[in-house]
Write a protein that binds this ligand. Structure first.
Ligand code: MSP
Length: 651
């Protein structure tokens, strides 16, 4: 469990500076920030690294388009990321730019060392290069003449330098199999193991300067620069003193978590470990690949024009509300949808904010604080003897402390936050049960004081538990509860010490912590006149259970290809499927595990109901339903008779 770590080193991917930061980038950085802050509360020495990936074709092209040097381009754009991190309260210990000499010099030393030891050699390269993804593909990897992600590729033959990655294939498979925690979640481990079933080639790590002059120059051939990924991955060690400061390096390496999006899994779980192995270094403990933030089923990305600007949310609703939403809404490892209505309102955000923060937490805070203000002249009352009701609330608050520590260890942060919100809901129920307003009427001041003190104690614990996620708002809450140094982070140990709230301290006047967001009513949009199907002359009376054809066509059936399948832990009947619907990927949780193994399902072309409301099954988002036939306890999924592209309509 994380609580027992003796130090904690967490990294984010380093971001390409040709882009403006969007919610996806903010997400990983906030996640690393929250994990770092929790570990600091646990008293674990923590190092949090983020930074920018400044070499490579994309930056070079962006600079050329702007008519400036690549260095000037990166100097201008890196600020967007640095400013955003300040704005959203990121508490990183280091921000590494790959153009800094402290990094480039180390990259060059590593290259020279690997070259001297024949881990890098010169050869001829023939391959397909995707400029936008900055990587080569083999002929076999192409899909319809494009990269597997659908990006255009061009054929290139040239002398280059190669890293002997292939010789580490067997070792890597063995390492992954022996260390289940190395790649998480399990779906991603299986994905990498699947990738490693094919022979692993050597990795081309150079780019001729005449094609791309922007990069770290190879120390043994000044006609070439280093491939951007080989350079970028080194940031995780150059930043913590590799080849420069042995004591610092020993202290932090290996990293506890490399947090990455699932799109950069191969670089982190194949390239990076083999590079480290060639350097003779220890493996990172865990590469954790999270899912994507989607809008209308597509990955949020600048180039697709659907980027959600974090600033828009922050300006309207505040930094902490955004941080909370991102952490509470996404189940780590899975995709999550950011929904926006036709008026541009961030619906999924507003719903989560109103239910958890305004209705549950905000409501409890205002109940407790207002009653102390009105009935005890704003002075925290001393508790009398505790009843079972009071003890029950104390237990709920302490359970949240344990829940958070446990979920942190398992990287199930969303569930950790639910356990805290559960304590808040228990607090509101406690209020309803103990009816302090009735105690005011009956003049039972002692009992009233006990109830308010106990409820405020619960809030003290909650404020500490949510501090890493909402540092500003929770400092405000601590001030509102009369806790001295509002900004001081209470440790987990202090949180669990009951009776820490000081009776007799005076509460300042405070404002509503999370005012409710009123949703604008959806505009009445005029429905374009549809050519209506001819209505039957007389309404036809349908026999019970019979529907007409229009009713049938309201159900949208589509063909989907199962691309990944894993059993749902602790649920014997469920498989968690990732399906390809042509223009989008979805997750479907299907109750077929007693009839199909996960392996059997992968590759099947199944029929799904595609216009169902998403549902949560065992905490997992399920977006659609599989059709299957059932008879005498046998279940067979409906498949199509031959090859059709995923996404094809059925009907
Ligand atoms: N520069 C490389 C990483 C090098 S690390 C040695 C890179 N940069 S990136 O800016 O394109 O992406 C950085 C991270 O942002 C990736 O982990 C990517 O998955 C993440 N995201 C970009 N869009 C995203 C979403 N819509 N949702 C969640 N994260 C996504 O790749």
């Amino acid at each position: 469990m994380n609580a027992r770590r003796d130090r904690f080193y967490v990294t984010t991917p380093i971001y390409y500076v040709n882009d403006v930061p969007h919610i996806g980038h903010a997400y990983t950085t906030i996640l690393a920030d929250v994990l770092s802050r929790y570990h600091r509360l646990l008293g674990v020495p923590t190092h949090f690294l983020t930074g920018s990936d400044e070499h490579g074709q994309k930056v070079y092209d962006a600079a050329a388009a702007a008519g400036i040097s690549p260095q000037e381009q990166t100097d201008r754009t890196v600020v967007r990321f640095q400013d955003l991190w300040k704005r959203i309260d990121i508490s990183h210990d280091d921000f590494l730019r790959t153009t800094e000499p402290r990094h480039t010099a180390v990259v060059q030393e590593i290259l020279q060392d690997l070259f001297d030891r024949d881990e890098i050699y010169a050869g001829d390269y023939e391959g397909w290069y995707s400029v936008s993804e900055e990587r080569f593909y083999t002929e076999k990897e192409l899909v319809d003449g494009k990269s597997p992600e659908g990006k255009p590729v061009e054929k290139i033959v040239e002398k280059n330098y190669f890293f002997r990655m292939s010789k580490y294939q067997e070792w890597l498979i063995d390492h992954i199999e022996k260390h289940p925690e190395f790649i998480q979640p399990a779906t991603r481990r299986n994905e990498t193991l699947g990738y490693l079933k094919k022979p692993l080639g050597d990795l081309c790590i150079s780019r001729p300067k005449q094609r791309l002059p922007w990069g770290v120059e190879l120390p043994f051939d000044d006609g070439y620069v280093c491939y951007v990924w080989f350079d970028a991955l080194v940031n995780y060690i150059s930043a913590v003193g590799y080849r420069r400061d042995d004591a610092q390096f020993e202290k932090w390496w290996p990293a506890d978590y490399h947090l990455v999006g699932k799109d950069i899994l191969t670089t982190h779980t194949v390239y990076w470990p083999t590079m480290l192995r060639a350097m003779g270094l220890a493996m990172p403990k865990t590469v954790f690949a999270h899912g994507w933030w989607l809008v209308s089923g597509a990955k949020i990305s600048k180039s697709d024009g659907n980027a959600v600007d974090p600033m828009d949310i922050i300006d309207l609703y505040g930094v902490d509300a955004l941080r909370y939403y991102l952490m509470a809404e996404m189940t780590l490892g899975q995709d999550s949808t950011f929904t926006i209505d036709e008026d541009g309102q961030p619906i999924s955000f507003i719903k989560r904010y109103n239910s958890d923060l305004a209705n549950d937490l905000g409501n409890m805070v205002s109940r407790v604080v207002t009653m102390i203000q009105r009935n005890f002249d704003s002075v925290v009352p001393a508790p009398g003897e505790l009843t079972d009701d009071d003890r029950e609330l104390e237990r709920a608050a302490l359970a949240a402390v344990d829940g958070m520590v446990e979920h942190l260890g398992e990287m199930t942060l969303d569930r950790g936050l639910s356990s805290v919100l559960e304590a808040v809901r228990a607090g509101n129920r406690y209020f309803d049960r103990t009816k302090p307003w009735g105690l005011v009427k009956s003049g039972d001041t002692e009992r009233l004081g006990t109830v308010l003190y106990t409820a405020a104690e619960c809030l003290r614990i909650v404020s500490g538990l949510l501090f890493p996620v909402m540092p500003t708002k929770m400092a405000e809450l601590r001030t509102a509860l009369g806790l001295g140094d509002a900004a001081a982070n209470p440790s987990f140990e202090q949180l669990g010490q009951l009776g820490t709230l000081t009776a007799g301290s005076k509460l300042p006047t405070s404002q509503a912590l999370f005012p409710r967001i009123e949703l604008k009513k959806a505009k009445k949009t005029k429905e374009p006149k549809k050519a209506k199907p001819k209505a039957p002359a007389k309404p036809v009376e349908l026999a019970p259970g019979v529907i007409d054809v229009h009713q049938f066509f309201e159900t949208k059936l589509r063909v989907a290809k199962v691309v990944e399948a894993v059993p749902v832990p602790k649920a014997d009947r469920l498989l968690q499927l990732q399906v390809d619907l042509g223009d989008e990927r979805r997750q479907i949780v299907a109750g077929i595990a007693e009839h199909y193994s996960a392996e059997e399902m992968v590759g099947k072309l199944v029929v799904v109901v595609s216009n169902l409301m998403p549902a949560k099954i065992r905490g997992l988002e399920s977006n659609g339903m599989l059709l299957a036939a059932k008879a005498d306890g046998v279940v067979k999924v409906v498949t199509v008779d031959g090859e059709v592209p995923p996404g094809s309509e059925v009907g």
